[in-house]
Design a protein around this ligand. Structure first.
Ligand SMILES: O=P(O)(O)OC[C@H]1O[C@H](O[C@H]2O[C@H](CO)[C@@H](O)[C@H](O)[C@H]2O)[C@H](O)[C@@H](O)[C@@H]1O
Length: 261
């Protein structure tokens, strides 16, 4: 049994055999495009602020917005403020902080309730802890906090123990393991939950969903897209519920470029 089957992300039936990248995207006129950000659209970098949002990425997003009449959304673990910092001209929908917030048509909304005092306390505690090992990097989010250890790999186990303890003590919050990072986020947050809300409103409603994502946090969203008979695309080699796969962000950009001609 595979990992995602054990955790309930993946059904017990075999996935269809398909060579990596060997699939055709559906008619753009009938589709909506949902893209994870880090590791899917942009390559992973040493630090969250080091990512390179290339002209090719912004160009593809512009073309997709045009070709799909605005049915393009980014679905990220990053906060919306952070996404907007990297993509100031993007006019599509944004789902941020793993589904805790949404920005659409210039309107920002908070999608889940959580205790803001607890978030402030968690941020302070993680900030203090990180001072013990200067290579740690702390990222504050509106609804949580991330402890990055990419520059302090030897401290990964220590980071896990500390963040696990905080998760146990903070009512309503849970630990989210991430790429070389541990995050504390509200229990009720999920990209799939936010995505359901977005898919059910115009201009996304009734269109075939195409979702690309690389992380564990994308799996519930990929599962939702499979369920809705859309195109779930896993980026990278990790196990997945998705029926389609591409090796890296570069190949996703090429696939989208071909599709949008
Ligand atoms: O949901 P995503 O858009 O994939 O965001 C997931 C997290 O991405 C960022 O952290 C990761 O990417 C960084 C830049 O490549 C990398 O340095 C870090 O090690 C990764 O964990 C972001 O900082 C987080 O807030 C997102 O949740």
């Amino acid at each position: 049994m595979q990992y995602y089957q054990m955790t309930g992300f993946m059904g017990m039936t075999d996935q269809p055999a398909e060579a990596v990248g060997d699939f055709k995207l559906p008619d753009a006129d009938q589709s909506a495009l949902y893209l994870d950000f880090d590791g899917t659209l942009v390559e992973i970098a040493e630090r969250p602020d080091d990512i390179d949002v290339t002209a090719s990425i912004t160009g593809i997003l512009d073309r997709a917005m045009d070709r799909l009449d605005g049915r393009v959304a980014l679905v990220s673990g990053r906060s919306i403020a952070d996404l907007q910092k990297f993509l100031p001209d993007f006019k599509g929908a944004l789902i941020g902080t793993h589904g805790a917030e949404m920005h659409i048509d210039g309107v920002h909304s908070k999608l889940v309730e959580f205790d803001e005092d607890t978030v402030r306390r968690l941020c302070r505690l993680v900030d203090d802890f990180a001072k013990l090992c200067p290579s740690f990097l702390v990222e504050h989010k509106p609804s949580g906090v991330v402890l990055h250890y990419r520059q302090a790999e030897e401290c990964g186990a220590l980071a896990l123990r500390f963040m696990e303890s905080l998760a146990m003590a903070a009512d309503g919050f849970r630990l989210q393991p991430a790429l070389m990072a541990y995050e504390l986020k509200p229990e009720c947050v999920g990209k799939d939950i936010a995505l359901t809300r977005l898919m059910d409103r115009l201009p996304f409603r009734g269109k075939t969903p195409i979702y690309a994502g690389d992380d564990l946090t994308d799996e519930p969203a990929l599962q939702l897209v499979e369920h809705r008979k859309g195109y779930a695309i896993k980026i990278g080699e990790a196990e997945t519920v998705a029926s389609h796969r591409l090796p890296d962000p570069k190949s996703l950009l090429l696939k989208l470029e071909d599709w949008l001609v």
